[in-house]
Design a protein around this ligand. Structure first.
Ligand code: SF4
Ligand code: FES
Length: 260
C-alpha cells in the first residue's frame, strides 16, 4: 500500500509548527500505524533527515503512551482502538493521511506528535491513590465486593491515561479521565477513606492544570479507546456535590447542574 502523509512537525512547544508531506510506500496492510511510521522514519534516517517524533511504549493498547490525531480523530478512524493497534488495512490504498499531536493547552507539544502529559500525573498525584493497608494480592482477594461494584470498578480501571478524551473535547476537558479514576476507587472499600477529598482535589488539580470544563459534548466517550462511559462523569459529579456539602461548601452552579 502507498500513502501520502501530512505530518505536523514542530521542534518544541515554543517553535511554530507546520505540516510536512511524506510518502509512505510499499506498506504492508498488516502493519500497525506505528510500524508504518517506523518505515517512514527508517527512510528519513537513511536520507540524513530528522525522523518524525511520536510516542509509544507497549504497542499492545495497554500503556496509553501512543496517541496521534489521525485525519482529525484521536487514535484514528477505528472505534475502541489505540494508534498502536490501528492497522494500515483500515485505510484506502493511495489515501492521504493527516497526522497531528493532541491539541490542548495542558498538553504542550514536546516535539512533532509527542505531547507532555505530565498534567495527568499531577491530577493522579492529587488524589488517585489509596492509603489503606490492603496487604498482598491474596489479602485483597479476600475482601468481599459485590459483583456490580467490582464490574464497575474494572470498567473504570480500563482507562489507560492516553489523553484522547482531552484531544477530542472542544473544551480540552479531562473530565472523563478524572471521572474514570474517581469512579474506580469510589466503587471499592479501600477507596473510601479518601473518597470525598479525592474528588475535590483531583477536579481542582485538573482545573489548575488548564483543562477545560465539561459541557456534555460526549466526544470523549466516542474517542476513548477503552470505551470509558460518560456515566462515570455523572457519578463523579454526584460525589463532587456530596463532598462539597460535606465540607460545608456550596458546589459551583455549573457543577451542581451536571451532578447525577
Ligand atoms: S478516559 Fe479513555 S480517552 Fe481518556 S485517558 Fe482514559 S482511556 Fe484515554
Ligand atoms: S503504545 Fe501502549 S497503548 Fe499504544
Amino acid at each position: 500500500m502507498d500513502f501520502t502523509l501530512q505530518v505536523w512537525r514542530q521542534a518544541d512547544a515554543r517553535a511554530p509548527g507546520r505540516f510536512v508531506t511524506y510518502r509512505a510506500t510499499g506498506i504492508s496492510p498488516d502493519m500497525s500505524f506505528l510500524e508504518m511510521l517506523d518505515v517512514v522514519n527508517e527512510r528519513l534516517v537513511e536520507q540524513g533527515s530528522d525522523p518524525i517524533a511520536f510516542d509509544h511504549d507497549c504497542r499492545e493498547g495497554i500503556c496509553g503512551a501512543c496517541g496521534v490525531v489521525i485525519n482529525g480523530r484521536p487514535h484514528g478512524p477505528r472505534p475502541r482502538t489505540t494508534t498502536c493497534q490501528l492497522h494500515m488495512r483500515f485505510f484506502e490504498d493511495g489515501a492521504t493521511i493527516v497526522l497531528e499531536p493532541w491539541r490542548a493547552r495542558a498538553f504542550p507539544v514536546v516535539k512533532d506528535l509527542i505531547v507532555d502529559r505530565t498534567a495527568f500525573d499531577h491530577v493522579i498525584a492529587a488524589g488517585g491513590f489509596i492509603t489503606a493497608p490492603t496487604g498482598s494480592a491474596p489479602d485483597a482477594n479476600a475482601i468481599p465486593i459485590p459483583k456490580e461494584n467490582a464490574d464497575l470498578a474494572m470498567d473504570a480501571a480500563a482507562c489507560i491515561g492516553c489523553g484522547a478524551c482531552v484531544a477530542a473535547c472542544p473544551n480540552a476537558s479531562a473530565t472523563l479521565f478524572v471521572a474514570a479514576k474517581v469512579a474506580h476507587l469510589a466503587q471499592l472499600p479501600q477507596g473510601q477513606p479518601e473518597r470525598w477529598d479525592r474528588v475535590l482535589s483531583m477536579l481542582a488539580q485538573a482545573d489548575g492544570e488548564g483543562f477545560g470544563g465539561c459541557t456534555n459534548h460526549g466526544e470523549c466517550e466516542a474517542a476513548c479507546p477503552k470505551a470509558i462511559s460518560v456515566r462515570f462523569i455523572g457519578q463523579m459529579n454526584a460525589d463532587y456535590l456530596r463532598a462539597s456539602l460535606r465540607r460545608g461548601r456550596r458546589a459551583a452552579p455549573a457543577d451542581a447542574a451536571m451532578a447525577g
